[in-house]
Design a protein around this ligand. Structure first.
Ligand SMILES: Nc1ncnc2c1ncn2[C@@H]1O[C@H](COP(=O)(O)OP(=O)(O)OP(=O)(O)O)[C@@H](O)[C@H]1O
Length: 298
């Protein structure tokens, strides 16, 4: 694998609190990597190490195979927490401040405004911008130095559905332009349609890393049977299937698909009328929640 970013056994303690522990992250060049986890899981702490905002307690960060150095920041664009913008200035003026500070040519301003689709409102004061526009302007500023890696910490946080869709489209376009994008979120559905790879973090540990397709293989199959006599059916099945569950209207049997014919026969022989039989599989959301809650995906 051609990794643009790696962490090796990355660990950070804040006094006695362990924020992240032994994280081995590997982000492939050209990928859109979704770092997912609930609030407080350690996403921001991890991302801050990649841009030098935090130093590890132990372990290390490698950028393109080299131990992290400040010079790498020229190739990394970041949006971590809210972008720092001057509301009384226009978008163009805000970007001018950044180009000046970074010693970059002024022509980059129009180029990055174009990239985030703000060219037509570039002369509007930022105080009049919507949250989505401010996020895009923050990304424009991150793009000024032509980075090949973009790190976005919860860029869709607080955006309305249209803003979320625009952000997704932008991220996909950056990837098509050759950038690698690392995007964090605590909501799977906000990123699942665009990411090529996924890292799931909970309680400071990386619980899963790989493609979405690989993860889907761990989705548990279950048999769902609908009947009006749920209680009798559960009582009957419990002797052979101790894990049988019901949700009031359905009987749920994990991993019992191979025995569908036997189960249906057993129920009908005992006079239990079946109205529907379905073979279902965990969707991504169910898998994600299982990993976050149990810490394991198998
Ligand atoms: N500067 C700090 N001092 C002490 N504890 C911290 C500090 N920064 C983070 N933590 C703790 O480390 C843990 C991980 O926090 P972090 O902000 O990385 O999580 P997160 O996944 O980004 O959550 P969120 O989605 O809420 O931002 C939390 O328990 C948090 O309280």
């Amino acid at each position: 694998m051609n990794a643009i970013v790696q962490t090796q056994q990355l660990t950070k303690h804040f006094r006695s609190q362990v924020a992240i522990e032994n994280i081995d992250l590997a982000i492939e060049q050209g990928s859109i990597y979704g770092l997912l986890g609930p609030n407080g899981a350690g996403k921001s702490t991890l991302l801050k190490h990649l841009v030098g905002l935090l130093r590890p307690t132990s372990g290390q960060v490698l950028i393109a195979g080299e131990p992290w150095q400040r010079k790498h920041l020229w190739h990394i664009g970041t949006l971590i927490e809210s972008p720092s913008l001057y509301g009384h200035l226009t978008a163009r003026e805000n970007l001018k401040v950044h180009t000046y500070l970074l010693g970059l040519p002024q022509r980059r301003i129009d180029e990055v405004l174009e990239q985030v689709e703000l060219s037509n409102v570039g002369d509007k004061k930022v105080a009049q911008y919507s949250l989505g526009m401010k996020q895009r302007l923050g990304i424009a500023s991150a793009l000024l130095s032509k980075p090949n890696l973009l790190i976005l910490d919860e860029p869709t946080n607080g955006l309305d559905p249209a803003g979320i869709r625009e952000m997704r489209q932008l991220i996909q376009r950056f990837c098509e332009q050759g950038m690698t994008v690392l995007v964090s979120s605590h909501i799977l559905s906000e990123v699942e349609h665009i990411v090529t790879h996924l890292g799931i973090i909970s309680k400071g540990r990386l619980r899963y890393q790989g493609t979405l397709q690989e993860l889907m293989k761990y989705g548990q199959q279950r048999l769902e049977i609908e009947t009006l006599q749920v209680q009798q059916a559960v009582a009957l099945l419990r002797t052979s299937y101790p894990d049988v569950q019901s949700n009031g209207t359905k009987i749920l049997l994990a991993g019992a698909n191979a025995e569908t014919a036997h189960i249906v026969t057993l129920l009908t022989q005992h006079g239990i009328a079946i109205t529907k039989v379905d073979a279902a599989q965990d969707d991504l959301e169910a898998l994600f929640l299982r990993i976050v809650e149990s810490g394991d995906y198998r």
